[in-house]
Structures are given as structure tokens and as C-alpha cells.
Design a protein around this ligand. Sequence first.
Ligand code: AP5
Ligand code: MG
Length: 215
Amino acid sequence: MTTNIILLGPPGAGKGTQARRLVDERGMTQLSTGDMLREARTSDTEMGHRVAEVMDRGELVTDDIVIGLIEEHMEKDRTNGFIFDGFPRTLAQADALARLLEKHGERLAAVVEMQVDDDVLVKRITLRATCAECGAVYNDEMRPIPSDGKCETCGSTEFKRREDDNEESLKQRLLEYYKKTSPLIGYYYANGQLKRIDGLGEIDEVAEEIDKVLD
Ligand code: AP5
Ligand code: MG
């Protein structure tokens, strides 16, 4: 059995940033439904167009689509433990994940809830940039792109901004989080799997908190 964790938190909580570090340092596998959907939306199909519209509005994509994506990746990406980043986001997704873990003979080591105040999230999201090549996450203020203009991880000089990283979509993403995803906090608390951490500190401080939970 390997160590599998969920990173749970609102948009901009730092799930992706911390997941990538765990991949580098522990050889875990990041399963980000957001990244999978951003890839799916580039396909010129009806499904791709539908996903793009829903994401840009800041709403949740339907459960069957995201569960299907997770199922597919759990089959082919098995390594030193999964980091579920941005999944599950509804109680139906949480139930599906429990079934999938059982099927693979795995279990959750912890559900890490990253707590960050809403006003901080706006700043994090609207100033975010991502490496177009490897997906490394930067922030104009908190983690600037190196002064030579090259990504620290892969050396690429191309960076992009997400379509849904504007104040209007973010408002909707936050509403969706509180309405549909935050009930998972109570669900995992009742299961005895919830670990709350302060997501407001520096990136390294938050990393330390997560390491404490994992070790
Ligand atoms: P998704 O891609 O999952 O977006 P999200 O949940 O809104 O979260 P973000 O990726 O915006 O934030 P993050 O927590 O990863 O923060 P990051 O590390 O980048 O989902 C996008 C959309 O896809 C959804 O709206 C929905 O439509 C759809 N979707 C995805 N999954 C779905 C599902 N399961 N079901 C249905 N629909 C789904 O950090 C943010 C910024 O802050 C960066 O600039 C970073 O450098 C900075 N930062 C990070 N940590 C710190 C820190 N400690 N201090 C200072 N700055 C920091
Ligand atoms: Mg993310």
C-alpha cells in the first residue's frame, strides 16, 4: 500500500504548488482534475467545447466526466502514491474515489484541508502565471518568474495565464467551493481522515505543515 492524500481547499489555496513539490521530493503522482480538464478542453470536440465553457464560467464540470478521468489515470499512472489535487469536489466524487481506492487495494492516508482567507485568494489567483511547458506555478508578487525569464524547472521562456483567473470567474469558483465542495470537510472529519493546516504562510512553511502530516 502507498501513501495517498487529498489536497482540499478553495481556488488559489496552493494545492497545485504543493502537489508539484511532493512529486519532485517524494516521487508521488499528482492527479489534478483541473489539469486533466484543461487538456481535454483543447480537443476540438463537442465535449472539449462544453468543458471549456463550464470552466470559464467557474462552475463545476459534471461528476461523470471527472470521475472517468480519475479512473483512467489511476489505472495507468500508479507510482509512489497519489496526490488528489482538486478532486473530489462533491460528495458523489468522494464516494466514487472511495470505491476506486478500494478496487486498487489502496486507502487514504489523509485529507489535508488548506485553509486560506478569501481576500488572499483573489491576490494569488489574479497574479498567477504558469509555465507553458511544464506547468510550474508562479505568482507576479509571491513567486515571480526568475529575472532571466526562464522557468526554474524546465528552462522554458513561455508562460501563460488561465482563462478562469479573473475576478468574475473566481467569484463563481468560490461559490461553487462553499456550496458543493466544503461539505467534504465535514464528511472527512467524520471519517477521521481530516487534517487542517494553515495555508496562509510562505510556500515553504505550508510545505513543512504537509510534511508533518505525511510523516
Ligand atoms: P482547478 O484547476 O482545480 O482550480 P482550483 O481548484 O480553482 O484551484 P487552483 O488551481 O486555481 O488553485 P491551487 O489551489 O492549485 O493554487 P496554486 O498552487 O496554483 O479547477 C479549475 C476548474 O476545473 C474548476 O473551476 C472546474 O470548472 C473544473 N474542475 C476541476 N476539478 C473538478 C472536479 N473535481 N469536479 C468538477 N469540476 C472540476 O496557487 C495559486 C497562486 O498562489 C499561484 O500564483 C502560486 O504561486 C501562489 N501561491 C501558492 N501557495 C502560496 C503561498 N503559500 N503563499 C503565497 N503564494 C502562494
Ligand atoms: Mg491548481
